[in-house]
Each structure stands twice: as structure tokens, then as C-alpha cells.
Design a protein around this ligand. Structure first.
Ligand code: SF4
Length: 330
């Protein structure tokens, strides 16, 4: 084992989000333009072996939580192979994936067999027209079928449903999504809209705060707060009558940076110490240049020493992140 990874603010890094591709088969309005983005050239994208090596090194430094993201991770061919490699990596205790769910009907089984144990599915509306309006895809039925398929595997828990909350759109969705959490084994979470859209159109007044959504839900169903681990991004609640769980991820209205234990690895091998980083650390070049494990570990440790204290979304002069959400992976 190596020494744990501790940043300049005494926060220990325990979680890495690994983007396996910048490509996506959806065109969500709060993420990317209808025509998509210029994708990374294939040779710039880390191979499974390169990802597995970096994750092994991070695990040796105490990072025990790995989440696979994209773009849309399930568009990466043979992703179950990578899941299998990571699930066998010593020190990786928690392996999860965030997906838009459209390929889950086909892949839930093979992913679980390979070792996946948690899943987050993005779902912003239960109305066909509004789902198509926000994702630019008429795919609600396939996503719901994918969720139902995931349900068949008791090993894959919790199943989280992530809804990006946007003022003027999401209010209408809240009752149906809350009701979904009551009748299905899904933890529905509302995530505040963040300034990470490729169109750079985000405005503060479009943020529908978690507290407002909770109030909307409590008009119908009382909620009771559930204790969450210190570094958790979500505030957890269960319905007072016991029928399921709801979460609120409030990075704008209630930032949680003081307990942040997360770093990110982009599909092209850049280490991001914060979702809103303006600086990245290239691991691909040394990786492909023959760097030893120790040299790579030192580079990671150096980067972590420079991890940002917090985002500055609510501060004057806030400067957007150097990449959009689909190029970081959430
Ligand atoms: S904004 Fe940055 S520092 Fe804050 S919780 Fe997210 S990754 Fe951590």
C-alpha cells in the first residue's frame, strides 16, 4: 500500500470518476448542442489497460470508490471487459456507473456479471414529450425498460435515478418522479443545474434549489432526513410513511466542497482535481512515455496537493470550468 492521498486542505481522496468516452447518444439541452461536439480522436482515448493501471495505482493510495462515466459510458464497446478488470482490482470496494439508460436493457445483466454493483440512471421527465424535449431523443420507454431490467439484479443496489433540476421545467416533473421513488426500488435524486453546459447558456436564475423541490414534495408526502456519510454529495430523505427514498444534490445552493473526496480522470487521460477545474494534469503522456508506477503516483500526489478548495459559482467573477460536463463525465 502507498500513503493515502491527502490534499492541501487535509481532505483525503477516496473517490475517482473515470470518463471512458466523451461520446454520447443523447443530446441533453443542459449538456450539449443538438449537433453534438467534436469527439476525441480514438488514439487520444485511454485504453482499458491504461485506465486499469491508473485505477490500480489510485487504489494503492486509498481510492476505493470508482464510478464510470462518459459522455455515455455504455457506448464504449466491450465496457463489461473494463468493469471486470476494475472489479478485480485490489482496494476497489465500490464500483458504479452513471448512464442515460438507453442501452441498459441489453447490458444490465453482463455489467452485473462483470462486477458492477451500483448504478445511476439519468432521467429528467416521465412524460414522453418532455423527455424528448430535454434529451432530443424519443427514448423514455427504452430508459424505463432499462431500469426495469436493472431491477432484476439484487446485486445492483442502490439504483439511483438522477434528475437535473431546472427552474421552469422540473417543477412539473417533481410529483411524478417522487411518486416513482415511492413505487419502485429507485432512489430518485434531484441535482441542481450547474454551469457545465457546452452552450455556456447556464444562468443562476435557472437553478431550482433542492430546498424548493423538497418543499414541493412535502406538500404531498412528509419526508424525514436520513444520515449520509460526510463526503456524500446528496442530502438523503425517506418518505415518513416508509415508501422509498429521495435525495437532493445541491452544489449551487448548499455547496459540499468542504468534505470533497473526489477527483476525475477524463477519457483522454487528464486528472481533474475538481469538477470546475481550470487546470488539468496530463497522465496519458507519462503513462505512454514509460513512466514507472512511482513516477505516476508522484505526479498524482503533486496534482492532489493543488486540489481546489471549492467551486466559486456563487462568487463574483466566477470563471467556468475548462471543459463541459460531457467532456468531464460528472
Ligand atoms: S465543486 Fe469541486 S471541490 Fe466542490 S465538491 Fe465538486 S469537485 Fe469537490
Amino acid at each position: 500500500m502507498r500513503d493515502p492521498l491527502v490534499d492541501g486542505w487535509a481532505r483525503e481522496i477516496k473517490s475517482v470518476r473515470v470518463s471512458v468516452t466523451d461520446k454520447c447518444n443523447f443530446r441533453c439541452k443542459y449538456c450539449m448542442p443538438a449537433e453534438g461536439l467534436e469527439w476525441l480522436p480514438r488514439e487520444e482515448v485511454l485504453s482499458f489497460e491504461e485506465i486499469a493501471r491508473l485505477v490500480r495505482l489510485l487504489a494503492e493510495m486509498g481510492v476505493d470508490e470508482v464510478r464510470l462515466t462518459g459522455g455515455e459510458p455504455l457506448v464504449r464497446r466491450d465496457l463489461t471487459t473494463l468493469v471486470g478488470m476494475l472489479a478485480k482490482t485490489p482496494g476497489v470496494e465500490d464500483l458504479s456507473l452513471t448512464t442515460n439508460g438507453i442501452l441498459l436493457d441489453r447490458l444490465a445483466g453482463p455489467l452485473v456479471e462483470a462486477g458492477l454493483r451500483r448504478i445511476n440512471v439519468s432521467l429528467d421527465s416521465l412524460s414522453h414529450t418532455r423527455f424528448a424535449e430535454i434529451t432530443r431523443r424519443d427514448a423514455l420507454d427504452r430508459v424505463l425498460t432499462g431500469l426495469a431490467e436493472a431491477e432484476k439484479y439484487p446485486e445492483l443496489r442502490p439504483i439511483k435515478v438522477n434528475c437535473v433540476a431546472i427552474r421552469g421545467f422540473t417543477e412539473e416533473e417533481v410529483p411524478a418522479l417522487a411518486e416513482l421513488a415511492r413505487r419502485k426500488p429507485y432512489v430518485v435524486r434531484f441535482i441542481e443545474f450547474m454551469p457545465l453546459d457546452a452552450d455556456e447558456a447556464w444562468r443562476q436564475d435557472e437553478v431550482l434549489a433542492g430546498g424548493e423541490i423538497r418543499a414541493l414534495i412535502e406538500e404531498r408526502w412528509p419526508l424525514v432526513e436520513v444520515p449520509a456519510k460526510a463526503s456524500s454529495t446528496a442530502k438523503r430523505y425517506r418518505f415518513a410513511d416508509g415508501a422509498g427514498e429521495i435525495g437532493f444534490v445541491n452544489p449551487v445552493s448548499e455547496p459540499f466542497c468542504s468534505t470533497c473526496d473526489r477527483i476525475r480522470l477524463t477519457a483522454d487521460g487528464r486528472l481533474r482535481t475538481c469538477l470546475f477545474s481550470r487546470r488539468e494534469w496530463d497522465l496519458k503522456e507519462p503513462l505512454r512515455g514509460g513512466a514507472s508506477d512511482d513516477e505516476l503516483a508522484d505526479l498524482v500526489r503533486w496534482a492532489i496537493q493543488h486540489k481546489e478548495l471549492k467551486h466559486r459559482i456563487n462568487e463574483p467573477g466566477f470563471v467556468r470550468a475548462s471543459r463541459s460536463m460531457s467532456q468531464i463525465g460528472g
